[in-house]
Design a protein around this ligand. Structure first.
Ligand SMILES: Cc1ncc(COP(=O)(O)O)c(C=O)c1O
Length: 408
């Protein structure tokens, strides 16, 4: 049995650290929910649940220096993650990705301090490995027997890999037009692959049916609380890699928005821990979407607190083809609280920018990552970004999986 989540974090630097997870809270009304049983959306508002930790105790028992001496991977900040004990922490090498200076691309864009956090180096070649590594580890710890996930491709691959590591069966549902490699990857990793005529929302409906019928555990974005915790680790890494001096602006390619919400949650926790000064200026968070599917951009521009579903969503960036995000309120809150913005870019700009960025940096970005670079160009041209801003873009995946986009 895992130790209870409320057990004191380890004070022995050689022992496996113990999670300080305390409870879950509803992201709308703040009501508490138990953290040591399986939880999906909040029972009060049917909205995402957020993991809450005993931060005071962590601050007393761990220092940033001690955490920094641990391996640079997903589990470095284990006290601040939900998995109770070391035996359940699945390790495929997720996290610990490089933060790269990009002098050639940056100078060309008029942003000489531009940096890329290159998430394509994660297992299964995308940042989805962080969220699924966390969610599958925690699901296994809580006794889940069968997993299911709707996905645009990258999340399915990551779920398949971690399910294989955990020895759990997983059903993955992807739109039928998903690039072939995503399907092959899942099959080879042992997942049961289902192709659905429609979008990720239609895939989600198929998963929901399986939850009712077969008792599958639904790993959909933000419908369980722990993928977010895995994505949060990007925020901790950015803080550490920037030696506590956070960038002025972070650009994130937003589908369901877990990365943006997670990074923002990490900064709030760092402040509460006292690891960031209370008056530290936090980065402006920018949600980047495709002009063929931009529900968050539209809601942001209208001043809405929630986003309405985008009709006829279409973009080559499969990860951005999310017409309705369950975390819409949280995404919009993070953008507004941070003084950020939301911006849509065209598919053609993504392709052009991917080629340009790859040949100027050596990083071959997924179209979603390239969308951030195209957005940086647009925001610099409009003057929203200034020349000496310290700008960080997330390259969330590898261009290698999208071979069909690069054929001339
Ligand atoms: C490469 C890539 N970038 C970005 C995203 C969007 O991630 P999120 O849904 O967490 O916003 C996805 C989602 O599939 C993706 O695969």
């Amino acid at each position: 049995m895992p130790p209870p989540a409320s057990e004191s974090p380890s004070v022995n630097s050689t022992a496996e650290p113990v999670s300080a997870l305390d409870h879950l809270s509803c992201s709308v009304c703040d009501r508490n929910h138990e953290a040591d049983t399986l939880q999906a959306l909040s029972t009060c508002c049917s909205r995402p649940l957020l993991a809450r930790y005993d931060l005071e105790r962590v601050a007393q028992t761990v220092t940033p220096q001690r955490a920094a001496a641990r391996p640079f991977d997903l589990w470095r900040y284990a006290e601040l993650l939900p998995v109770g004990s070391g035996e359940h922490r699945l390790r495929l090498g997720s996290g610990g990705t490089p933060l790269l200076a990009t002098p050639r691309l940056g100078t060309e864009l008029g942003l000489p301090r531009l940096r890329i956090k290159d998430e394509s180096l994660n297992p299964t070649a995308s940042f989805k490995a962080r969220g699924l590594g966390m969610a599958v580890s925690r699901a296994a710890e809580l006794g889940v027997r069968r997993l299911a996930i709707p996905s645009a491709g990258n999340a399915a691959g990551a779920a398949a890999a971690y399910a294989a590591a955990a020895g759990l069966p997983v059903d993955v549902f992807m739109p039928a037009d998903v690039p072939a490699l995503f399907r092959t990857e899942c099959e080879v990793l042992g997942a049961s692959v289902h192709l659905v005529d429609g979008l990720i929302t239609d895939c989600g409906a198929r998963v929901r049916a399986g939850v009712e019928e077969h008792g599958w555990w639904d790993l959909s974005t933000l419908k369980e609380p722990y993928r977010l915790e895995g994505k949060k680790t990007m925020g901790y890494e950015i803080w550490q890699q920037c030696e506590g001096r956070l960038p002025d602006t972070i650009l994130y390619p937003t589908g369901g928005g877990t990365g943006l919400i997670g990074i923002w949650k990490a900064f709030a926790e760092l402040r509460a821990l006292g690891w960031l000064p209370a008056d530290a200026v936090l980065p402006r968070m920018v949600a980047v979407q495709s002009s063929g599917c931009a529900p968050i951009v539209r809601a942001f521009e209208r001043g809405d607190v929630e986003a309405t579903a985008w009709v006829d969503a279409a973009t080559i960036a499969d990860g951005l083809r999310v017409p309705a995000a369950v975390g819409d309120r949280l995404i919009l809150e993070a953008i507004r609280e941070s003084g950020g913005t939301a911006i849509a870019v065209d598919d053609a700009a993504m392709i052009a920018e991917a080629r340009r960025a790859a040949s100027r940096t050596g990083v071959f970005p997924a179209p979603e990552g390239a969308a951030c670079m195209a957005a940086a160009r647009q925001l610099r041209a409009s003057g929203w970004l200034r020349e000496h801003d310290d700008v960080l873009v997330l390259n969330t995946g590898s261009g290698l999986k999208y071979a069909h986009l690069w054929e001339a």
